[in-house]
Design a protein around this ligand. Structure first.
Ligand SMILES: C[S@@+](CC[C@H](N)C(=O)[O-])C[C@H]1O[C@@H](n2cnc3c(N)ncnc32)[C@H](O)[C@@H]1O
Length: 350
């Protein structure tokens, strides 16, 4: 972080979210990145707060956007913090009072209102009800409540003890989904839930898959990722000893090779996209992918899940980044919402 901040401005505290069980790693990332930050847990393993420490908030957000932490999924600045109440009248007043402070910011703007609560929070509203409380005030102020593509996001987050409220630009939250949890329609990933990982990677990395023409899918069965690629119009060579979903087997743009990926070779430059979601030791997977790198055209993209098998995520990621770095430039490593004990890496063939 380059800019040191010792101004008169008030300290900013952010509410942050990671995947269940991974908040300790997100907290560690924040501690390493932000000198002087104070980090404090909220919902165990999942949410926490941190302060801007010695860094000017604008510079901090710019830096987080530029080089996204792996495990921090979502954040928003806390503008108001209250004790959470179980009383609907009191909570309604708290939400409306906060919304009334949004003033000029929301006039003529599209405003998404995202309401979340921790399990067992006494917060008396569901997300839709909470949203309606705030939406009425936003309309009175001349703003337009929307679900997506907003200019501003009003975030409401209730824990067992506290109610946090804030308003920010979508890009400053790292994700414009509530808590960084994107929802896809079920029919977008019918064959396997794994398909959601690729759909999410496409959005998170800003990498429209329809710009590629021929993909190599390693560890493809039962075919969730393959089906997404076929839907985007790509030719797909799928390698997996296991069976693909019967609905895919006859697809004219799919070639399924029922073999171990370690035994495969292809003519140089055969593919402009590699995707790999192989359920195997991540170092073995890396060897296989590196061996197949010549089958990709120079500059081809790769989307690879890295299984965090040994519960030492930072060490695994560091080692794997180095190993993949022999054949690939590493563009981003991110734990997506749909990743469980793994992270997703976006690479480009050198
Ligand atoms: C998590 S599943 C992949 C799911 C897939 N991405 C989807 O969307 O349906 C992992 C797959 O990796 C395959 N696999 C594991 N080791 C492999 C290897 N050495 N070569 C090819 N496939 C492998 C398994 O057979 C399994 O089908």
């Amino acid at each position: 972080m380059d800019r040191s901040w010792k101004g008169d401005e008030q300290m900013t505290t952010y509410a942050a979210t990671a995947n269940p069980g991974f908040a300790p790693y997100a907290m560690e990332e924040i501690r390493r990145r932000i000198p002087g930050t104070k980090v404090s847990g909220l919902a165990p393993g999942e949410t926490f707060t941190f302060t801007n420490g010695d860094v000017e908030p604008e510079a901090l957000l710019k830096d987080l956007r530029k080089q996204e932490p792996v495990f921090l999924r979502h954040l928003f600045p806390i503008e108001r913090e209250l004790d959470v109440s179980a009383d609907p009248g009191e909570t309604s007043k708290a939400l409306r009072d906060y919304a009334a402070t949004l003033g000029e910011r929301v006039r003529g703007a599209k405003v998404a209102i995202q309401v979340r609560k921790e399990q067992h929070s006494p917060f008396p509203f569901g997300s839709a009800e909470g949203r309606d409380e705030v939406a009425g005030v936003v309309r009175e102020l001349g703003g337009e409540p929307v679900a997506r593509e907003a200019d501003w996001i009003v975030s409401i987050y209730a824990t067992k003890k506290k109610l946090f409220m804030g308003c920010s630009k979508p890009r400053d939250n790292l994700s414009d989904w509530p808590g960084g949890a994107p929802r896809f329609r079920k029919d977008e990933g019918m064959i396997s839930r794994a398909a959601f990982k690729l759909l999410e990677a496409e959005k998170a990395f800003g990498l429209p898959l329809d710009r590629f023409s021929h993909a190599l899918d390693l560890g493809a069965a039962p075919g969730g990722w393959t089906s997404v690629l076929l839907e985007r119009g790509l030719k797909v060579t799928a390698v997996d000893p296991a069976e693909m979903d019967p609905s895919l087997e006859m697809h004219p743009r799919l070639r399924h090779i029922r073999r171990n990926a370690a035994e495969m070779s292809f003519p140089p430059g055969s593919f402009d996209l590699l995707v790999c979601d192989m359920s195997w030791d991540p170092h073995h997977t890396c060897n296989i992918v590196n061996e197949l790198a010549d089958a990709l055209s120079a500059g081809a993209s790769g989307i690879i899940t890295l299984k965090l098998m040994y519960r030492k995520p930072f060490q695994s990621i560091q080692e794997l980044t180095k190993e993949y770095g022999r054949r690939f430039d590493i563009l981003q490593v991110k734990q997506l919402f749909h990743n469980r004990e793994e992270v997703t890496m976006w690479v480009k063939r050198k």
